[in-house]
Design a protein around this ligand. Structure first.
Ligand SMILES: NC(=O)c1ccc[n+]([C@@H]2O[C@H](COP(=O)([O-])OP(=O)(O)OC[C@H]3O[C@@H](n4cnc5c(N)ncnc54)[C@H](O)[C@@H]3O)[C@@H](O)[C@H]2O)c1
Length: 348
């Protein structure tokens, strides 16, 4: 299937960002914060994760209207001593809070070797890869996790008690090489991707959804009718999801997704490690290059054309979409243009 249907269109990242920023400013977001949030959404589109791209503008504006997002609130950093800090997201936009946490963790790791920063009272931060990639550009390894509203069943169950709880790592490369970025939900399918599948009438991957009676289902509606997502890799993804609850949800003061009053946002934690404290940074980069060389040179198994490094699909997507534009299918285009019209913003 083509990336964009007949009624859809392709847009340059700069045009989409301007459009997103205008919509966010129309709901009273200060210009600098609107620029960060819109930039983050478009960055997700460039990376190929459209579920976290400009299509989110509709739910973001709905969040402002319900009072879940305070569009003018600004995040505040509090030192916890040594290499630790916490950010109070003040229920403002999640992306600026996550960027402040990222910059703080990088500065702590530069000064102390490692830095650990949590973010509480934090709205949706979007695609985690954006932040760990920023850490990697500082010559550091980043590890990030967050919890999120309950959507996922524990291994062996079918009740929503865990968030889709993404975990991401980023590692530096010698200049010019794409960073290593590992970034995924601990659910078998990210909820945003299920929502897109549901909207276009596609099936859910087998094993990704259990219905409200605990039966596996490929019907996306089974999730919205009281079912749950599963964790990827059975008990292994379940274990990672539980650790995201502990490390990000609880350390940030947000609590666990299973708490009855957890209904929105991302309890977040970001850990940065200064590679140069442990070995000369050039040695590390050379070893990563050598590893990549061996992995790329491995013969592909049946059904595969080539072996890719984690982060490579996003890097390829970014190059392609920067050159060709970002495809927005017709249904998504209609939704964001309807939103724009309602806010008095020119359609894209
Ligand atoms: N903020 C939130 O509440 C929240 C919740 C869930 C997910 N998310 C975000 O949603 C995004 C999508 O998550 P997802 O679970 O759909 O990710 P995904 O299943 O698409 O996996 C992406 C990861 O797998 C790697 N990858 C993909 N194909 C590969 C291949 N062929 N070879 C090697 N590596 C490969 C990518 O480089 C990337 O690291 C993530 O950016 C995540 O942070 C956010």
């Amino acid at each position: 299937m083509s990336e964009v249907d007949e009624q859809g269109a392709r847009y340059q990242a700069s045009d989409l960002k301007r459009f997103g920023q205008a919509i966010l400013e129309a709901v009273d977001t200060p210009r600098d914060l609107a620029s960060i949030v819109a930039g983050s959404l478009v960055e997700a589109n460039l990376a190929g994760h459209d579920s976290h791209g400009v299509i989110r503008l509709t739910s973001y504006v709905a969040g402002v209207r319900t009072g879940q997002v305070q569009p003018t609130a600004r995040a505040v950093v509090e030192s916890l001593g040594d290499a630790c800090a916490r950010v109070d997201g003040a229920w403002g936009w999640g992306q600026p809070a996550a960027h402040i946490a990222t910059d703080t963790a990088v500065n702590l790791a530069r000064a102390k070797g490692v830095g650990l920063v949590t973010v509480g009272r934090c709205n949706h931060i979007g695609r985690l890869g954006e932040y760990v990639e920023k850490v990697s550009r500082a010559g550091q390894i980043g590890l990030m996790a967050c919890n999120s509203p309950p959507a996922v069943a524990p291994y062996g169950g079918y009740t929503r008690l865990l968030g889709t709880n993404p975990i991401a790592w980023g590692a530096p490369r010698a200049s010019g090489n794409p960073p290593i970025v590992v970034d995924f939900a601990t659910a078998t399918i990210a909820e945003g991707k299920l929502r897109i599948a549901h909207a276009i009438g596609s099936k859910a991957p087998l094993g990704a959804v259990v219905d409200k009676h605990g039966q596996p289902s490929t019907d996306t509606a089974a999730f919205y009718d009281g079912g749950a997502l599963t964790t990827f890799g059975g008990y292994k993804g379940f274990g990672l999801s539980v650790m995201a609850e502990l490390m990000a949800g609880m350390l940030s003061g947000t609590g666990s997704s299973s708490d009855p009053d957890y209904n929105h946002g991302n309890g977040t934690a970001l850990f940065a490690i200064d590679v140069g404290r442990f070995l000369p940074a050039d040695d590390f980069m050379e070893q990563v290059d050598a590893l990549e060389g061996r992995l790329h040179a491995a013969r592909p198994a049946a059904g595969f054309d080539a072996i890719q490094m984690p982060g490579e699909p996003e890097w390829r997507s970014r190059s392609r979409r920067t050159a060709e534009g970002i495809p927005i299918p017709s249904a998504a285009l209609a939704a964001i243009n309807d939103l724009a019209e309602a806010l008095g913003v020119s359609p894209i």
